[in-house]
Design a protein around this ligand. Structure first.
Ligand SMILES: [Ca+2]
Ligand SMILES: [Ca+2]
Length: 608
């Protein structure tokens, strides 16, 4: 089996900010046929309105000091189909990165806040060590406590502290970037790391590499193995390596995969490995996060049996969309932008450089405009290409350009394949539009950086590994399985109510998990929530009879109810096994339930 790194995108973009622009008041939307828009626009202007948006089938304008009824009275025109208030729309991000430039200050990524990692202190004396199997950790990044980091060289991939692409360095920063005054901060800042490089620029390895790597993690004394990688197909040698690591008290964490489908990836799909999905800053699932079912079917056709097992699907999620972390030096492209001295979110479009100056609002920049000379052009998206807008700015003497989105969110774009422009150009969010247009001065900076963004379950996985190290460092008498159970027991439910295939138990919460262990101690046998009884049914013939061996786990009552084809077959001791015996042929469906409850296993079916 080939194993691949999981990263959906290496996004070269900016320092994200959470400033929200103040929407202009007294704004109204008028619906009007495009054919008659000119008449209505002229009338509005004549009445002192300021045109805000010239849309398809509508215009938006501000009428200073006028309420809706007054505007309806003024704009009493047969071409206008409707007039309504232009409601404010604010950015909805629940969690955001700090605003700022990570080369100049320390930025806390949103996932740290979302997972409560900022509410718990990493205990460096507990000796927690995370073994990262990836593409190496590049020594050129200074945001690590390098004395706490070891690694293994591999003849096939080269030195562990030289990058085989930025992936492994990004992953390592999410776990353990130092809490200093620069860059980012990891979930378990400064934690001991052991780096095993199994990928290089070709970006894949094999199951045998992982089995061998797991042994190296053990030899290095690691508590946690973190794998932002995977591929199709189970492999018993590989599975046994992770089983042994877990049995010895460790925790193994791996990515669900980024294909946005229900395929089960390995190693994440092995029961001893904790599978991690990715969510965004708004507690939504990432559209790329894989969601395999929690059931396993064995046997074929009539002999097929199905078992529910919550360790073969996503167990928890963490932030993994637009995750800011460490890069090998200068390997990331970044943009930063300020307006009137405050940081605003931006994305790098094209052309490196650093400019500062006065701003000039160019509208949609469809022609050159002498007002832009010597200034930074503030431009609305729409009508013509990004490239032509920047070209018109530059041809007008403009020194830099910001193009503002015309729909919610950040404008990510490039200037096309034949870029004839040279001035730095960035994208900006629609939410910041008013503030950016109102600003008198701006700075735009596009350059290389030691910090950048990636998205993937690869980014959520080290977040959980780091959170596990953080929680575990405060409860170091626990086993890895105790930590895994505590993270699941205290995850915040998201998506569909209760456990679901996208989120598993939900979004991990470090403080809640630590409090849970403080309250309950290690070694707590977690009572499975409803629906967690698992059942296998094995059918065979013996002594002229059809026999079905049922075996189950997860039931919590002293006796269990066994149902056959929807009817109660028997109530028997909860000892995990029962054999049914009969002579008739046909298809038989079994389930096992906590006695007198509806907490039941999934159906298991046998045919004779
Ligand atoms: Ca730092
Ligand atoms: Ca849920």
């Amino acid at each position: 089996m080939k194993i691949s790194k999981f990263a959906t995108s290496i996004v070269a973009l900016a320092v994200t900010s959470v400033f929200s622009a103040q929407a202009a008041d007294d704004r109204y939307i008028m619906r009007v046929d495009n054919n008659n828009k000119g008449v209505v626009k002229a009338l509005a202007k004549k009445l002192g309105a300021e045109l805000k948006v010239d849309g398809n089938g509508f215009i938006a304008a501000s009428f200073s000091g006028k309420n809706l009824e007054q505007v309806k009275g003024l704009m009493n025109n047969p071409h206008i189909q409707a007039i309504e208030e232009d409601q404010r729309r604010m950015p909805l991000s629940v969690y955001g990165d700090d605003a700022g430039d990570p080369s100049a200050m320390q930025i806390t990524p949103y996932a740290v806040y979302q997972s409560q990692a900022d509410q718990l202190t990493f205990n460096a004396n507990a000796g927690m060590k995370v073994c990262i199997i990836d593409s190496g950790l590049d020594r050129s990044n200074s945001d690590f406590v390098w004395n706490n980091i070891t690694g293994d060289n591999d003849s096939g991939t080269g030195n562990w502290d030289e990058n085989g692409g930025p992936h492994g360095t990004h992953v390592a920063g999410t776990i353990a970037a130092a809490d200093n005054n620069v860059g980012v901060v990891g979930m378990a800042p400064g934690a001991d790391l052991h780096i095993i490089k199994v990928f290089n620029a070709d970006a894949w390895g094999y199951s045998s590499d992982l089995a061998h790597a797991a042994d190296k993690c053990t030899a290095a004394g690691a508590n946690i193995i973190s794998m932002s990688l995977g591929g199709g197909g189970a492999n018993s040698t590989e599975e046994n390596a992770f089983k042994a690591f877990t049995a010895a008290g460790g925790l193994v964490v791996a990515a669900a995969g980024n294909d946005g489908n229900s395929v089960r990836s390995y190693p994440a799909g092995y029961p001893t490995v904790m599978m991690i999905g990715a969510n965004d800053g708004d507690n939504n699932i990432a559209n790329f996060s894989q969601y395999p079912s929690c059931t396993i079917t064995t046997g074929r056709g009539k002999k097929a049996t199905t078992v529910t097992d919550e360790t073969v699907c996503v167990e928890v999620t963490a932030g993994g969309v637009d995750t800011l972390s460490t890069y090998p030096a200068d390997m990331a492209t970044s943009a930063s932008m300020t307006a009137d001295g405050q940081y605003f979110a931006s994305s790098a479009m094209e052309n490196s450089g650093s400019v500062s100056g006065n701003t000039y609002y160019m509208g949609t920049a469809e022609t050159t405009d002498g007002g832009a000379n010597g200034n930074i052009c503030v431009i609305d998206r729409g009508v013509i290409s990004f490239h032509d807008k920047v070209q018109n700015c530059e041809n007008s003497g403009g020194i830099g350009a910001m193009i503002i989105n015309n729909e919610a969110g950040m404008l990510y774009g490039t200037l096309g394949e034949t870029n004839a422009t040279t001035i730095p150009a960035v994208g900006a969010t629609f939410e910041d539009r008013s503030a950016l247009i109102a600003a008198a001065t701006a700075d735009i900076n596009i350059g290389t950086s030691d910090y950048g963004f990636m998205s993937g379950t690869s980014m959520a996985t080290p977040a959980v590994s780091g959170i596990a190290a953080l929680v575990w460092s405060n409860h170091n008498g626990c086993t890895g399985t105790d930590i895994r159970e505590a993270l699941k027991a205290t995850a915040e439910d998201a998506g569909a109510a209760g456990n679901d295939v996208y989120f598993g138990a939900g979004i991990v919460k470090a403080k809640a998990a630590s409090d849970y262990l403080t309250a309950n101690g290690c070694g707590v046998v977690v009572e499975p929530p409803a629906g967690d009884v698992s059942l296998t049914a094995n059918g065979y013939r013996a002594k002229g009879k059809n026999k079905v061996d049922l075996s189950w786990s997860g039931a919590t009552t002293a006796s269990v109810d066994i149902y056959k084809n929807g009817s109660l077959l028997t109530t028997t001791t909860n000892d995990g096994a029962y054999t049914d015996s009969f002579r008739t042929s046909g298809t038989y469906t079994y389930s096992v339930c906590d006695q007198d409850t509806s907490n039941c296993s999934a159906d298991a079916t046998v045919s004779f």
